[in-house]
Design a protein around this ligand. Structure first.
Ligand code: 9MR
Length: 594
């Protein structure tokens, strides 16, 4: 994104006049801020809801063609049963019974027009591709040639082939200062560090898409250097990060370093400008078990590609079992960065992902190892259902990833795992039923936004993960209502929400232009790197940047300094990859497209 040019004197006045004229021409006819809908549009036979937030005297809305020549549909605005979090009721336009493909505008007398939207049978195709292509742009240790990266092409940064063992990670065989090589992987977020814990949930979520939709993923073409190697592009992308993760395991004992990082965050600069030393820090139980889970799951996915990737599936399983054994010996090794910094130098002050409870990581690793090997000892090694909780996945809680894997591999379950299956399925449906309760009475009619508590650091990933859970419930039950509600959260992310933003860079009209993302801030290109989901509304303001509203679902600002509301991250994009592509994969089965 280009820094604003400082204009002076008459140039400045002339520029302002021009802007004012263009603005006057536009406002009367387009883009009413108070009409909120999925800015990409809808499938011909999917639910189609728009929300009007302003009080107005119209009781009806019109759908007009994008050229504004023809009114093709009119409908009634219905006042919402409950108010939004700002205390105001909304007006709901339900255009679900309009099916005709085309490009349209929703218009309300006295208020104005919505952004144009399409009705099309491939409406989320580009989003699905962009959300995974975003990981290509996050690649460390490689240049991104124009052929693949377009205008966002850039030089290589962070080779990570001479990484120091931090004093906190020193062992006899690898004393402090030993150099190891751990290149590749994805940058975690707006920063350039690589964290195993956060890679774990991201990989698990996207491997699950591959496992759930093996035929569909072959149709995803992302134009990356590995394309056309007879491996689906998404798997190629995941292998890029997998190879880095494997290098984070100490071959001497199987333990896994928490992260590969600078001592302090890089400034807002391009990757190639970063030259400070990189370290791997202390090993930990969460990182080690996350690696065990990911490599076990990857191993069964990669079996089909032994010819293209000789030995990789086997190496993954070996790494997984080694990691598991290390974790059994070190079941409680938290990553406590503050304690570490009190003892060792240099101090490391990048992200911690400092999980302290490892029950869920044990459950996830055990489930993946059990499914991959069929060895029931893994299943029995943990208490698979320690309570009746079904916590949606976050970097600190990966329990549900285990349950999803067990259910999707139901045909290979035996013994206790098989016996527990009906109960597990009921719990997933129960989770989905909880998610959808009361949605129709809400002001935005989305699953996201049940309460103020939904709006924390990375809230958009909650919306996406709720969507993933609902897709699972649909897959289990065949009941289309779950998929419709999953779609309501995709609508939330793409504009049917209290800020009117589509939160994915480059997807829609009112989109983040200033994400807290080092390449986007420093590359001199106006448009940010595309396909990235920003964190979203969060009243925490941990970054100290004042948000324009403290109403929880409005607490968002498109400001590059606002890392607590406007950063991007691999664990937030992953459920968007799942949700958007799962819906594209299921659209015919669900009857959205005939
Ligand atoms: O997503 C993380 C969020 O849950 C935590 O509250 C926050 C503070 O610890 O850290 C977030 O993760 C950041 C990580 O530490 C460093 N890279 C950027 C991540 C997204 O902001």
């Amino acid at each position: 994104m280009k820094k604003a040019l400082v204009l002076s004197g008459w140039v400045f006045i002339a520029a302002n006049l021009l802007t004012a004229t263009l603005y006057a021409q536009n406002t009367s006819t387009i883009n009413s801020e108070s009409i909120r809908l999925n800015q990409l549009g809808f499938y011909p036979y999917s639910p189609k809801i728009a929300i009007v937030t302003a009080n107005n005297n119209s009781t009806r809305y019109n759908i007009i063609t994008a050229d504004k020549k023809q009114t093709v549909y009119t409908g009634e605005l219905v006042v919402s049963a409950n108010p939004a979090l700002n205390g105001k009721k909304t007006f709901i336009a339900d255009l679900s019974s309009f099916h005709k493909p085309g490009k349209y505008i929703l218009s309300v007398n006295g208020l104005g027009n919505s952004f144009p939207f399409v009705i099309s049978s491939a409406v989320y195709h580009d989003l699905g591709i962009a959300s995974i292509k975003a990981y290509y742009y996050q690649r460390a240790s490689t240049s991104l040639p124009e052929k693949y990266a377009g205008k966002w092409h850039r030089a290589a940064g962070h080779p990570d082939n001479k990484v120091l063992i931090h004093p906190a990670a020193a062992t006899d065989k690898r004393p402090a200062g030993t150099l190891i090589s751990a290149p590749r992987g994805w940058y975690d977020a707006g920063d350039y560090n690589k964290y195993v814990v956060n890679s774990g949930i991201s990989m698990g979520t996207m491997l699950s898409l591959c496992e759930d939709f093996p035929a569909y993923i072959k149709t995803m073409h992302t134009n990356i250097p590995e394309s056309n190697n007879n491996i689906p592009d998404i798997l190629n992308e995941l292998v890029w990060n997998l190879r880095w993760m494997l290098a984070m395991q100490d071959p001497n004992d199987g333990g896994v370093y928490n992260k590969l990082t600078n001592a302090v965050f890089d400034p807002m600069q391009m990757p190639e400008a970063a030259k400070t030393p990189r370290y791997v820090v202390q090993k930990g139980t969460a990182a080690t078990l996350d690696l065990a889970a990911v490599t076990a799951q990857a191993s069964r996915m990669l079996k089909k590609y032994q010819k293209q990737l000789p030995g990789l599936a086997d190496s993954c399983l070996v790494a997984s079992e080694k990691a598991w054994k290390w974790a059994l010996k070190n079941p409680n090794m938290a990553y406590d960065q503050v304690a570490m910094n009190n003892k060792f130098s240099p101090k490391v002050i990048t992200g911690a992902y400092g999980d302290r409870n490892f029950n869920d990581e044990f459950i996830w690793a055990a489930a993946e190892l059990y499914v991959t090997t069929g060895n029931e000892n893994y299943y029995k090694a943990v208490s698979m259902f320690p309570d009746d909780g079904m916590p949606l996945p976050t970097w600190g809680n990966v329990r549900l990833l285990a349950y999803y894997s067990l259910v999707r591999n139901e045909r290979s379950l035996q013994g206790a795992a098989k016996n527990n299956l009906p109960m597990l399925k009921n719990r997933i449906i129960g989770l989905a039923d909880n998610l959808i309760a009361g949605v129709d009475q809400r002001a935005y009619k989305t699953v996201m936004g049940k309460s103020s508590r939904d709006f924390y650091w990375g809230s958009n990933s909650l919306a996406a993960n709720q969507g993933v859970a609902l897709v699972q419930a649909y897959q289990l039950s065949g009941d289309k209502k779950y998929l419709n509600y999953a779609l309501s959260n995709l609508d939330y992310l793409l504009g049917r929400n209290a800020t009117g933003y589509s939160y994915v860079t480059g997807q829609g009209y009112k989109t983040p232009m200033h994400p807290h993302h080092r390449p986007s801030v420093s590359d001199g290109i106006v448009d940010p790197v595309p396909g990235l989901l920003v964190g979203g509304p969060n009243t925490g303001m941990e970054d100290g940047v004042q948000v324009p509203s403290m109403v929880p679902d409005e607490a968002y600002i498109d400001d590059e300094r606002a890392y607590a509301a406007n950063e991007i991250a691999i664990n937030w994009n992953a459920p968007l990859v799942y949700l958007s592509n799962a819906i594209e994969a299921l659209k015919v089965k669900a009857g959205y497209v005939k």
